[in-house]
Design a binder for this molecule. Structure first.
Ligand code: BEZ
Length: 211
């Protein structure tokens, strides 16, 4: 099973944009690899259309998206036309054609008690060091919230840079919390010149540091 902190497995597989060498595709970007149950299905059509529309948001954050299902390349290509037409966008990322389930099995995208044959809606965020930083799995009947995925990327990128964590429902620009392991007042002053509010000794809020 893939777990947080693991190295994301590398692979080569066919896609709607030719053979993907996963690590080469990622380069030094962050990656969002996400599976969907099948082409030509309604929820998946909306998910991939919405993801295409987020292209600028991904680019701003140095993120590359890549989708996957166990359908073949021809199916993906035909369906992409439908997504473009119905979602008023242009699919601008590859869809892996995982006919032999090689990638699905590497990443645990098939949950046999949900479906023997189809991938569930899983999504993995991978950082530039190829470490797995988020894993979510949704059922086939529930489309994912890609704004939430962007919010997690923002949190990860912020907390990688500063000794902070982000509270419940945090959004860009809102206060963050100072990690409990940071105790040194001199370092706190230096890192957070705007100061902080200690609601409890372990709950210290500070304005979001500059990115
Ligand atoms: C869908 O994408 O709409 C879908 C796929 C599989 C099962 C149910 C819904």
């Amino acid at each position: 099973t893939l777990r947080l902190g693991d190295t994301a497995p590398d692979f080569q597989q066919e896609s709607s944009e030719g053979i993907i060498h996963f690590y080469d595709f990622l380069g030094d970007s962050w990656g969002i690899l996400f599976s969907h149950p099948a082409d030509y299905t309604p929820v998946c059509t909306t998910e991939l259309g919405y993801t295409a529309k987020l292209k600028n948001e991904f680019t701003k954050r140095n993120v590359k998206a890549i989708a996957l299902s166990v359908d073949d390349v021809e199916s993906h290509k035909g369906w992409i036309n439908d997504i473009n037409e119905t979602q008023n966008t242009t699919v601008n990322f590859p869809i892996i054609a995982d006919k032999d389930r090689k990638v699905s099995e590497l990443y645990g995208f098939i949950h046999p008690n949900a479906s023997e044959t189809l991938t569930v809606r899983s999504l993995v965020i991978i950082d530039p060091n190829k470490k797995v930083r988020l894993i979510i799995t949704y059922p086939a009947s529930t489309g994912r919230n890609f704004n939430e995925v962007l919010r997690v990327v923002d949190s990860l990128q912020l907390t990688d840079k500063h000794k902070v964590a982000t509270p419940a429902n945090w959004q860009q620009g809102e206060d963050v919390v100072i990690v409990p392991s940071l105790k040194d007042e001199e370092e706190i002053k230096q890192r957070f010149p705007k100061g902080y509010t200690a609601v409890k000794p372990y709950l210290r809020l500070t304005p979001q540091p500059e990115q």
